[in-house]
Design a binder for this molecule. Sequence first.
Ligand code: IPD
Ligand code: CA
Ligand code: CA
Length: 267
Amino acid sequence: MAEFDGILNNVRTWVREIGKYQVENLGKKDLFVETKSTAIDLVTEVDRHSEEYLLEKIKENYPEHQIVSEESGDNRQYESDYCWIIDPLDGTTNYAQGLPIFAISIALAYKKETVLGVVYLPVLDLLFEGIRGNGSYVNGRKLNTGCKSDLRECLLATGFPYDIAETEDNNLDYFSRIAPQARGIRRIGTATYDLANVAAGILDGYWELNLQPWDVAAGILLVEEAGGRVIPLREKRGISLIAGNSCVADLLQREILSADTEKEQAK
Ligand code: IPD
Ligand code: CA
Ligand code: CA
């Protein structure tokens, strides 16, 4: 879709610019950190400033577009068919601790379908990008999810929800079922990078419960455009999903459904 090339160029510039600021402030001694939904759900001054920068750029360049953005109470509900979905810093816990694994995630939807996705890792200088129908790329190299079909050869990733201490639907059961069957499981701490790694075939599969649109919008597009599959997992638990190449996504779904059945039978 050539019509989105200009927009993509703008997004590349914005993420590089604000990514530089994030790197400069990584490890800052007196970084201001607050909690949100639970005691382990954090937001820092850097999340907030990064979001302000991105919202300003969008409003300047695309004044009619809607915006859904993680930290902002100022999500605009205009008539436009276009909607930006933004996580200015995905991996806030890593960032607050000084762990250099975090990402900026920007998606653009047209009539509720994501048409463009960018995931940028400022420290690693990895720019993942995709336009619907055009494939997905990292630093110009085309991505492919690969074709593994045996869990024992698969490196997987998952995450645990911020309400892990408050609910049993916290993924620990799925984790302990799947971990012994895989080559390894990572808890990287940024959902958008997990999905980008699935798109790249670096991770073979990923699942997580209770995410938000800004965590996954860009990453889902990257996975789908790299030939992978994304399967919804729950209806009423934020966004809960499995991603992988088609075969691995199916295998993970089977394991998760079996764990659910066993849990029901044990009641
Ligand atoms: C979080 C990260 C993390 C995932 C959490 C997300 P944040 O986003 O993506 O990997 O496990 O559920 O909320 O809070 O760092 O933007
Ligand atoms: Ca996030
Ligand atoms: Ca965030």
